[in-house]
Design a protein around this ligand. Structure first.
Ligand SMILES: [Zn+2]
Length: 219
């Protein structure tokens, strides 16, 4: 695993300001990533300390003091459980926070095509201007139009892999992109690349084609 959550996203996660889609996506990555799990605990502890009445407590705390507080820190936000609707269907590569949102296995989902080799399954019910929460399945060789983000786009890779201007992303990785990133991912695995994506605003496509298909893709 090469790609992790940024400090900024971990802080926002710890302080509970992310939408529930992003919390669920982050919970997926935390199930497979001890590095981010540890950093999330630290971020929660640091957030707690900064609310402490006594500023000296913050100054004196060392990393091991903070880690010793592990037991007081819940493992996941209760709000990430908002989507719970059915028992999780266990499938290899599908983390439990996602599995419990799916009515079937990935193979049996009622995917909707949005172009040759491109399909999606919507998990969110929010209006498009508030972002998207969906699964994307992109066939080998397919490419997304170059786009950027108004704020944040999180992608958790379930299977396959893709590359873009930032790097190579494979199963278990998280792509944590902020407003300054412009990218055009292309699938470089020989199996479809299935990923979970959460945004908090519509993406902004550079090309006219991207702008035209955007209402149909819904991201
Ligand atoms: Zn990580």
């Amino acid at each position: 695993m090469m790609h992790h959550l940024t400090d900024e996203t971990l802080q926002d996660y710890a302080s509970g300001v992310l939408n529930s889609s992003m919390e669920t996506l982050i919970a997926c990555h935390l199930t497979v990533c001890p590095v981010c799990r540890r950093n999330a605990i630290l971020a929660e502890a640091i957030g707690g300390l900064s609310f402490n009445d006594n500023p000296a407590a913050e100054m004196k705390a060392t990393a091991s003091d903070i880690l010793a507080m592990d037991k007081t820190v819940p493992e996941a936000h209760p709000s990430s459980l908002q989507h719970v609707s059915q028992p999780a269907i266990s499938q290899p590569g599908v983390p439990r926070p996602l599995a419990r949102l799916l009515p079937t296995t990935l193979d049996d989902l009622p995917w909707k095509s949005f172009g040759p080799g491109l399909k999606q399954y919507n998990l969110g019910s929010q209006p498009r201007k508030e972002g998207a929460f969906k699964l994307l399945s992109l066939d080998p060789g397919s490419k997304m139009s170059k786009h950027k983000h108004k704020h944040r786009e999180l992608t958790y890779i379930i299977s396959g892999s893709y590359s873009d201007d930032i790097g190579h992303f494979k199963a278990g990785d998280i792509a944590d992109l902020s407003a300054e990133h412009h990218h055009s991912p292309h699938v470089d695995s020989d199996v479809p690349c299935i990923s979970l994506i959460a945004t908090d605003a519509p993406v902004q496509f550079d090309s006219l084609f991207g702008k035209i298909v955007q209402p149909f893709v819904g991201i």
